[in-house]
Design a protein around this ligand. Sequence first.
Ligand code: PNS
Length: 160
Amino acid sequence: MNIAVYPGSFDPTTNGHLDVIERAAKIVDKLIVGVLINPKKNGLFTIEERVAQLEELTQNLPNVEVRSFSGLLVDFVRSVDARIVIRGLRAVTDFEYEFQMALTNRSLAEEIETLFIPTSAHYMYVSSSMVKEVASFGKSVEGMVPETVQKQMNDKFKNS
Ligand code: PNS
């Protein structure tokens, strides 16, 4: 069985993330979306909120599971018996960081392969940080994030 992990911060989940999840889920038997618990970074959403968001958004995909993890990605990948790490690639600007991460992970665990999925053209410019910035000024991020995420972000910024 081909098990893959799609790791990230998902703060919040964008339509670009969902595009990668849907496409990856078609080529592996099981896809585990891994939400990084990063004590050094305070996000807009808590880890529990991000996991709940992803669970709701992927409920139509039976071979997708959502989990949080802390520590090294390769240790998490091994703990779930996966051999593949999925990452989305948007523009060339992503490449250096992604390549560095893939090589680091490979040097830590050579049995784990990183597979890159090119983001669909209309999500090329969508990132969680841009989306948060735009939403923090009260502007719509329609089309960039699912509707539920847009609502949850609006609530966060209204209350902050
Ligand atoms: O969505 P992001 O923030 O680009 O995802 C980055 C992530 C979570 C994939 C990366 O930071 C990660 O794997 N962190 C876990 C720590 C680790 O394994 N570091 C070594 C490889 S860079």
